[in-house]
Design a protein around this ligand. Structure first.
Ligand code: PEP
Ligand code: MN
Length: 449
């Protein structure tokens, strides 16, 4: 009997015994256990070898040889798992990728916030409307968006829906990115429904013509490389729900290492990055490329400790610092972090998330962001790295391929009074397609400059 106890104890992963922030409180623990057992039997969504390949690509970013474009919804929704929505997001990322590759002449590593981004950490556990207080919405993987008591109860069955939604999304993303749609000869097609109406679409069209000319020239010279026909595209999400992530963590038969096979890259958010918490311990045990969000209160000592915990071998590509300080703080707070980390000999990927430090509530009650603040934080990020001689490794943004009205400003200007028109996000405000393209052009200029 003793050995059974020892065996089962040995199977409890190290992070299970540590405090885990932002986890749902399921009313029925047995139902949760049944779901977890089922999830453990499901096939991996990604392969360990693909995670290794992304780590190698991010290694190039860490060395200053490539740029990371990471973007997608704040929160994916189960209803959003449809061909149109997914195509629009992939298309926007491909267009941004083309702008950055061509205009900044740098290889772009493309990673979606996609196929797994269903869980949200929240700043408040409850929400009050018209005097009624209910548990907050924590993402479709946890509870329902509707403001009813019933919808807001955490339901473990939703973890299975998250798996299936991720699988269908990833299947379509793989089809789009390897099945001809991402062929660079389609640079115009990605823009078709968009060009006439928008300044950024017109600017893109001009760039697409230049890409076409460059490709015709190459073909005339006899070069038509395979790289023009498909695109490497990776999936990432916040590793928030440890029941789910643990059930999808498997030992790779090639290497004997653990991988979280729910996505290629996972990140730890600003609200769950406690040094002695379960999320950091979990991330330290899996071999995927790991991101960690660094907010304005991050100290250099903390940053160095994350490196010790998550990247003790100092392997370029293993660790990505996703900095989200806010436009008003980045120039002040980032330099010391970068300086001390660089002095330690570590080479993490440095990425700017110019969204999460710049959120405010408009008078209409909509949570929004100003495009100018987003841009200003990116500018600050580039300035700091230029000053220190380090590599501004990439951008991490919340965007959608649709013409939503969630962030104000941009070339096709959206005003505060327009926000209600198409405000569709389940959580944070996203850049629409035109704002995303504007950003890509401006980032390309900064990168060159
Ligand atoms: C997010 O990326 O949607 C998020 C919640 O970010 P952060 O952890 O940086 O607040
Ligand atoms: Mn968000």
């Amino acid at each position: 009997m003793t050995s059974t106890v020892e065996n089962s104890a040995a199977r409890v992963p190290s992070w299970r015994t540590l405090p885990a922030a932002q986890q749902p409180e399921y009313p029925d623990q047995e139902a949760l256990a049944r779901v977890v057992t089922e999830l453990e039997s499901f096939p991996p969504l990604v392969f360990a070898g693909e995670c290794d390949q992304l780590r190698a690509r991010l290694g190039a970013v860490a060395r200053g040889e490539a740029f990371l474009l990471q973007g997608g919804d704040c929160a994916e929704s189960f209803d959003g798992v449809g061909a149109d929505d997914i195509r629009a997001k992939v298309k926007t990322l491909l267009q941004m990728g083309a702008v950055l590759t061509y205009a900044a002449s740098v290889p772009v590593v493309k990673v979606g916030r996609i196929a797994g981004q269903y869980s949200k950490p929240r700043s408040k556990p409850t929400e009050t409307r018209d005097g009624v207080t209910l548990p907050t919405y924590r993402g479709d993987s946890v509870n329902g968006f509707d403001f009813t008591e019933e919808a807001r109860v955490p339901d473990p069955e939703r973890l299975k829906r998250m798996y299936h939604a991720s699988a269908s999304t990833l299947n379509l993303v793989r089809a789009f990115t390897t099945g001809g749609y991402a062929d660079l000869r389609q640079v115009h097609a990605w823009n078709q429904d968009f060009v006439k109406s928008s300044p950024s679409g017109q600017r893109y069209e001009k760039l697409a013509r230049e890409i076409d000319n460059a490709m015709s020239f190459m073909r005339a010279c006899g070069a038509d490389p395979e790289e023009f026909r498909t695109v490497e595209f990776y999936a990432s999400h916040e590793a928030l729900l440890l029941d789910y992530e643990t059930a999808l963590t498997r030992t790779d038969s090639r290497t004997g290492h653990l991988y979280d096979v729910s996505g290629h890259m996972v990140w730890i958010g600003e609200r769950t990055r406690q040094m002695d918490g379960a999320h950091i311990e979990f991330a330290s045990k899996v071999r995927n490329p790991i991101g960690i969000k660094l907010g304005p209160t991050t100290t250099p000592e903390e940053a160095l400790e994350y490196i010790e915990r998550l990247d003790p071998e100092r392997e370029p590509g293993r660790l990505t610092f996703i900095v989200r300080m806010g436009a008003d703080k980045i120039r002040d707070r980032l330099p010391t972090l970068v300086e001390k980390v660089t002095a330690s000999g570590a080479r993490p990927v440095w990425v700017t998330d110019p969204m999460h430090g710049n959120t405010f509530e408009a008078a209409s009650g909509h949570k929004t962001r100003r495009f100018d603040d987003v841009l200003d934080e990116v500018k600050g990020f580039f300035e700091v790295h230029k000053e220190l001689g380090t590599h501004p490794g990439g951008i991490h943004v919340e965007l959608t391929g649709d013409d939503v009205t969630e962030c104000v400003g941009g070339g096709d200007e959206i005003f505060v009074d327009d926000l209600h028109q198409r405000y569709e996000t389940a959580c944070d405000p996203r850049l629409n397609r035109s704002q995303s393209l504007d950003l890509a052009f401006l980032v390309a200029e900064m990168y060159r400059g």
